[in-house]
Ligand binder design. Structure first.
Ligand code: NAP
Ligand code: ZN
Ligand code: ZN
Length: 352
């Protein structure tokens, strides 16, 4: 077994401390990654605080969060063909799946019918061994579930958040046709939101940010947004009724989605990716006038995540990060919850 140093919370108080645990030995198809950076996704915070217990997604403690992982390969199994020692590898939200069901075979492993092995707060496919995430110094993973990161990307801190925030916004933007001539709205300028802006702009769409934080306007423009709308005043939204093709809602806290449905044009789609604790309520009239849709989207499978990484390398897209040490995790959580993140906290695991 491989001795691993991680940072864990043991209950929903989300107080983190150093915690040693073991990862499996490197098998024939496995790679061992020395983790360099792990991003802090708001899902880590929801999970650490057990905020999804009410919807049947209770947390398994001790919890080592982290599913935006990037590092160097330090060992490969005999059967490994995709990686060699020294390569850069990424890990996202899942680390294994059944490999046989229709979603797995089609490359949508996140929807494995036997349930994928999520990177943390889950179990491996033996359904016994718990998974621990990237707030740790090493990960052992089957090469088929690791992502390749080009050596040309340079500094890796801004690459880690692509593994979740990047793919979670890329996938629905592609699915609903973001591109030239399309008006895209991004609701919430946090970790997911800022990636949504960069990616939609790189795809050629006209991008509007909907934010509760007036102080983020200059940043939105620097990230590639064409318009910035402060949502606190409903009067700002009224002139935009019926004008958007796609609106991506990345908000982490309870809020009303009906104003965004009203801003969709004919056949427009509101894509919900944020997962606030409580359900939303929508009246049918809001949808039937205009043949509008509400869609959901969950991260992406391995092939699409690789496609996203290649797109980002080609277009020079990375996350804007604030690099922290593990002793700052709790403060980073507090600041993220207060929308005071610009735009992703990333833990430096090498200088922990
Ligand atoms: P984040 O960095 O905290 O960003 C969320 C943003 O939402 C904030 O920066 C803020 O932007 C806005 N916001 C916060 N509270 C609000 C409120 N009360 N009303 C309106 N807007 C508010 O979080 P994240 O890491 O991007 O994650 C966002 C959500 O997506 C979380 O719920 C997370 O669990 C979920 N998620 C889903 C998937 C998926 O596959 N579907 C993947 C990853 C994460 P402004 O300051 O601009 O208003
Ligand atoms: Zn995430
Ligand atoms: Zn499967």
């Amino acid at each position: 077994m491989i001795q691993t140093k991680g940072y864990a919370t043991h209950d929903s108080n989300a107080k983190f401390s150093e915690w040693e645990f073991e990862r499996r030995d490197v098998g024939p198809n496995d790679i061992l990654i020395d983790i360099e950076y792990a991003g802090i996704c708001h899902s880590d915070i929801h999970t650490a605080k057990n905020e999804w217990e009410g919807v049947g997604m209770g947390t398994m403690y001790p919890l080592v969060p982290g599913h935006e992982i990037v590092g160097r390969v330090t060992q490969v199994g005999d059967g490994v063909t995709k990686f060699k020692v020294g390569d850069i590898a990424g890990i996202g939200c899942f680390v294994d799946s059944c490999r046989e069901c229709k979603p797995c075979v089609e490359g949508f492993q996140q929807f494995c019918q036997k349930m994928a092995a999520y990177t943390y707060s889950g179990t491996y496919m033996d359904r016994v061994t718990p998974t621990y995430g990237g707030y740790s110094d090493k990960y052992v993973i089957d090469e088929g579930y690791a992502l390749k990161v080009s050596d040309s990307v340079g500094d890796l801190a801004g690459v880690a958040p692509l593994m979740c925030a990047g793919i979670t916004t890329y996938s629905p933007l592609r699915r609903f046709g973001a591109g030239p001539g399309k008006k895209v709205g991004i609701v919430g300028l946090g970790g997911l939101g800022h990636m949504g802006v960069k990616l939609a702009a790189a795809m050629g769409a006209e991008v509007t940010v909907f934010s509760t934080s007036p102080s983020k306007e200059a940043d939105a423009s620097a990230l590639g947004a064409h318009h910035f709308v402060v949502t606190k005043d409903p009067a700002n939204l009224e002139p935009l009724a019926g004008t958007f093709d796609i609106i991506l809602d990345t908000v982490s806290a309870d809020h009303d989605i009906n104003p965004y449905i009203a801003m969709l044009g004919l056949r427009g789609t509101l894509v919900v990716v944020g997962v606030p604790p409580s359900p939303n309520s929508v009246h049918s009239f809001g949808l039937i006038f205009g043949n509008k849709s509400i869609a959901g989207s969950l991260i992406g499978g391995i092939p699409e995540t690789q496609e996203m990484l290649d797109f980002c390398a080609e277009h020079g897209v990375k996350s804007e990060v604030e690099i922290i040490k593990p002793d700052y995790i709790e403060t980073a959580y507090d600041r993220t919850v207060k929308s005071d993140v610009r735009y992703r906290f990333v833990i430096d695991m090498q200088n922990a």
